[in-house]
Ligand binder design. Structure first.
Ligand code: MGD
Ligand code: MGD
Ligand code: SF4
Ligand code: MO
Length: 748
């Protein structure tokens, strides 16, 4: 090793698996990336995407300077000018139309970004707008809603205890490809294979997915029918008395739940789901006969017309089968850093939903945001509260949200748009100003969100691998600069604004923590934090949360406890052990009660019953993912996009024959929202009557600057996805199960 060669460890920020990686640097350039064998959680595993970090670092298309749109195209500008233009643009819109005239969309990578997670809320608060949107409503919002109503927090989601379960019933997820979601578990392939070896791995998916390929059993289920199937499993468990419910003394509404599901018998739902009644009964019995079992569902169960009911039914099954909150079942985490972790259970109040409604379609607010299905209408429809300026943070809604054509028109129509993003893509190309954040390797990391969803409690801190260029602000500093300006304090030094944000967090956390450590004072806590972190920033806030967290040192009260310094001294991270029972104290509901029959959810059962007799469309559309892809934004990295085109329409041979299309020929797929043309890939992995097209493609916009992606553009499936197709309780996009018309392209 030469002097110029060094290695650095960090956690890969690209997906929820949070693998530890070792990066070799030569003269400050990334040379190699490998799995960190000393990482206690990922033990050396990594997937091909990790290598993308190297190409991302050197990608000439990745923006390193702010950009301003001019009549002659984008030009690079300095940071002072970029901030000034942004603040002027946002303030002008607010002055003309009030707070709600400025909207914001937070994209998926925010959740992988410590600085954005900690300082994004400060910006949103400063905007004081009700026009808040995020990728959540094109993703897991139904699960958050059911978890919020049942367990008292949007991320109080029971996680499958993968390493100890004997039976995993998995619906609408393909963790072999996605590497797991709402279940952080690096090297999930190994963990799933171990389940199949010691017990049962049953997959319900309209497609024989990669995960179905290693399962002990796969059944093709008709898209959008998971809630029916799950409730019928619950019904069998109850009717046949197969199990004692779990955590019975903490449940409210068990009898009511039993009554509500009585008519969802396997015989009633079988034809609609496409799975026969005998199989459903057998699955229910096997699930209950296993020593431990857990049901888990992901995108196929949330991004569909009955996403909230399916999410609820999964946890209902875990409860009635006796598997909630016990090893091998569905368990809650005990994350090392968590806001509000010391709050007194008796002073908690139920979450409030529907505090305001969207202007055009009356969608109720969920967790402070409105569903992205309605964003385009909120921009394009004139009237009080119309959005006239937008901020996007790490998002590409023109490719990722339903109703893409109208979304594109909406972004083109804005008076002002600022994108905080390092790519000039299909959405950000409409921006007036683009503020590029540092690359993922140039920032610190700690997975605040994913450790709330991990199958073991772990804590790992990643220092920046590479330094930022001198003029490049940290992402948190970009957000805070905008936040203070929108609070009318543009002149306040950044450090003072940072101290203010910390103080607000600390006041609440210290007050709560006095239950545990009565001698704790805010003054002493602030003095320690300021002394230990003179530069401020995310690390200082993280330290506060760690030291007051469940494993924390309480600022000296428990000297062996966790602190930022201790984490920093453990470059491979700290394993805090397997999940432990958390009911009732770890819940977020008043008194730790579990509500099995939330009004908002059971009110949707009638809609579900009606679906039983609905006619079956000739074709429904579903999505899928690919191991070397990551939503819309890693298609500009040559190592990840090489090989045959992936943006194909997967279709069963019987359907292809009926339409008269052969492999490689094209079909038109149309809905009320729009149409696309895609090449056909004939495969018996897909059940008949279902067509699958992946999202995140459609890179043909000449105004974007994605040279590599433009060579294999694919099509934007969300031109077909209908913004009117939603899960009603949450407003979440129902990408999966959308009825579509498919026809052979004449001459195609
Ligand atoms: N390589 C890679 N990894 C990723 C991503 C990526 O783009 N690429 N994206 C990340 C993100 S943002 C997320 S949210 C996660 C998602 O993580 P997963 O949910 O595991 O991802 P998918 O591969 O989309 O799996 C969804 C499965 O649902 C099936 N399905 C579709 N409709 C239905 C239905 O109605 N019912 C049932 N039972 N099944 C259905 C599909 O056939 C597919 O197999 O992945 C993350 N990880
Ligand atoms: N049809 C269909 N549509 C879907 C889905 C589906 O299954 N089917 N899945 C949905 C799901 S689960 C999700 S999560 C969404 C994802 O959709 P979006 O939330 O729109 O996210 P991405 O497509 O991943 O776009 C991420 C953007 O963030 C930028 N970026 C990356 N890292 C950073 C960073 O550190 N800081 C900043 N500021 N920017 C960064 C990238 O350049 C890119 O522009 O798509 C949804 N859309
Ligand atoms: S599985 Fe996810 S976290 Fe692990 S290396 Fe791949 S992209 Fe990174
Ligand atoms: Mo997602």
């Amino acid at each position: 090793m030469t002097d110029a060669t060094r290695t650095a460890t960090r956690v890969c920020p690209l997906c929820e698996a949070t693998c530890g990686i070792v990066i070799t640097l030569e003269d400050g350039q990334v040379d190699g990336i490998r799995g960190d064998a000393a990482d206690p959680f990922s033990r050396g595993y990594l997937c091909p995407k990790a290598y993308g970090l190297k190409e991302l670092q050197s990608d000439p298309d990745r923006l390193r300077q702010p950009m301003k749109r001019t009549p002659d195209g984008f030009v690079a500008i300095g940071w002072d000018e970029a901030f000034a233009l942004t603040i002027d643009g946002l303030q002008a819109a607010r002055k003309a139309g009030g707070n709600d005239a400025v909207g914001a969309y937070l994209g998926n990578p925010v959740v992988h970004n410590l600085g954005a997670l900690l300082y994004g809320p400060a910006l949103l608060k400063a905007l004081g707008s009700r026009q808040m949107y995020s990728a959540s409503s094109a993703d897991q919002l139904p699960k958050m809603l059911s978890a919020g109503l049942m367990f008292g927090g949007g991320l109080k989601i029971p996680i499958p205890d993968l390493d100890r379960t004997d039976f995993l019933l998995l619906l609408g997820a393909d963790p072999m490809v996605s590497n797991g979601s709402l279940m952080t578990a690096p090297d999930i392939k190994k963990r799933l294979k171990a389940i199949a070896e010691r017990g049962s791995l049953v997959v319900l998916d309209p497609r024989r997915s990669a995960t179905a390929g290693i399962a002990t059993e796969h059944h093709a289920i008709r898209p959008g029918t998971d809630a029916l199937l799950l409730l019928s499993l619950c019904q069998v468990v109850v009717e046949e008395g197969l199990a004692e419910p779990a955590v019975a003394e903490h449940l409210d509404g068990l009898e009511a739940a039993r009554a509500l599901i009585a008519d969802f018998t396997p015989e009633r739902v079988a034809a609609t789901c496409g799975i026969d009644a005998a199989t459903i009964r057998r699955l229910a019995r096997a699930f209950c006969a296993a020593d431990s079992a857990v049901c888990y569902g992901r995108i196929g169960t949330t991004c569909q017309a009955f996403g909230t009911l399916a999410s609820w039914a999964i946890d209902l099954l875990n409860v009635v089968s006796g598997n909630l909150d016990r090893p091998g079942g569905a368990m809650f985490t005990r994350p090392a850093a968590l806001r509000g972790s010391n709050r007194d259970p008796d002073t908690r109040r139920p979450l409030k939903f529907g505090r305001w409604k969207s202007r055009v379609h009356g969608w109720p607010e969920r967790f402070g945001e409105l569903p992205v299905c309605t964003l385009a209408d909120e921009i394009l429809t004139p009237g009080d509260g119309q959005i006239r300026a937008m901020i996007t943070l790490a998002g590409n809604p023109v490719l990722s949200a339903p109703g893409a054509e109208r979304m594109q028109a909406a972004f083109a129509d804005l008076d002002f748009y600022v994108a905080i993003d390092f790519y000039l893509n299909e959405t950000t190309r409409h921006a007036d100003v683009i503020l590029p954040p540092p690359s993922p390797l140039e920032r610190a990391g700690y997975d605040l969100a994913f450790y709330q969803l991990a199958i073991r409690d772990v804590a790992r801190y990643s220092p920046p691998t590479l330094p930022r260029r001198a003029e490049q602000p940290a992402e948190w500093a970009i957000l805070l600069t905008l936040a203070k300006a929108m609070m009318g304090m543009a002149k306040l030094p950044l450090a003072a604004a940072d101290a203010f944000v910390l103080q607000q967090l600390a006041e609440r956390e210290v007050a709560d923590a006095k239950r545990r450590w009565p001698d704790l004072t805010l003054k002493a806590v602030m003095a320690t934090l300021n002394a230990d972190h003179p530069a401020g920033g995310p690390e200082r806030m993280l330290d506060l949360l760690l030291r007051l967290g469940p494993y924390g040192d309480g600022f000296g009260a428990e000297p062996d406890g966790l602190s930022f310094a201790k984490l920093q001294a453990s470059p491979h991270g700290i394993d805090l052990g397997p999940l432990t029972p958390q009911v009732p104290d770890g819940l977020g509901t008043p008194g730790g009660r579990i509500n099995l029959v939330p009004d908002l959810i059971v009110a949707d059962l009638e809609r579900l019953r009606d679906s039983l007799d609905a006619p079956v469309p000739e074709f429904v559309l579903i999505g899928r993912r690919h191991l070397r892809s990551n939503n819309s934004w890693m298609h500009n990295l040559p190592a990840l996009v090489k090989g045959p085109t992936r943006c194909t329409a997967l279709m069963n041979p019987a359907d292809a024959e009926r339409l008269g299309v052969a492999q490689g020929e094209s079909v038109e797929i149309a809905s009320d929202a729009g149409a696309i043309v895609a090449p056909v890939e004939v495969s018996d992995a897909l059940m008949p009557g279902v067509i699958s097209v992946p999202h995140g493609w459609g890179h043909a916009d000449p105004e974007a600057r994605l040279g590599v992606a433009a060579e294999r553009p694919g099509v934007n499936v969300n031109r077909v996805s209908d913004a009117a197709a939603v899960d009603v309780p949450s407003g979440n996009a129902a990408f999966n199960g959308l009825p579509v018309r498919v026809s052979r392209l004449v001459g195609g």
